[in-house]
Write a protein that binds this ligand. Sequence first.
Ligand code: CMX
Ligand code: CO
Length: 146
Amino acid sequence: LLTRIDHVGIACFDLDATADLYRRVHGFEVAHEEVNEEQGVREAMLRVNGTDDGHATYLQLLEPVREDSPVAVFLARHGEGVHHVAFGTGDVAATAAEIGGTGVRVLDESPRAGSMGSSIAFLHPKDCGGVLTELVQAAGGADDRP
Ligand code: CMX
Ligand code: CO
């Protein structure tokens, strides 16, 4: 059902400075940058490695673009750091429905637009051991594995 770590989301105040830190310290380059107005973030995707389901694992650096966005609220409460973990799946709607059926709160009634043309849904951190969890279906249709 979940076939990779798609990304780890990291909240930061200054996207450019944090991307520079990850370049200098870790050697990761920005593979993609975009603004997601619905999520209220400017984000940079740093590709780390390919995965055996044919996709890849990234770091997702997140800078808020609105004071009332989830990442702005998180930064005000906790400061910079790990914000969420995202798992890849071939069918985000089906996976969200199946996990929701176990009693976990799914925060998105239907999948929303994520990074690089993906479809995403979030699971409540209080139902996932304190980890805000994102489900990701990569762009370009279903994976070969469900
Ligand atoms: N990780 C772990 N716990 C978190 C958390 C996070 N990122 N954000 C909030 N919490 C905790 C809070 O600390 C709070 O715990 P306590 O009650 O023990 O203090 C609890 O969750 C509930 O908090 P809340 O007041 O009910 O809810 P918030 O207003 O803080 O919102 C959440 C939390 C997860 C519902 C909201 O951030 C959300 O809907 N997130 C999904 C969308 C999102 O995060 N988008 C940005 C990323 C976009 C992308 O990845 O593409
Ligand atoms: Co994310």
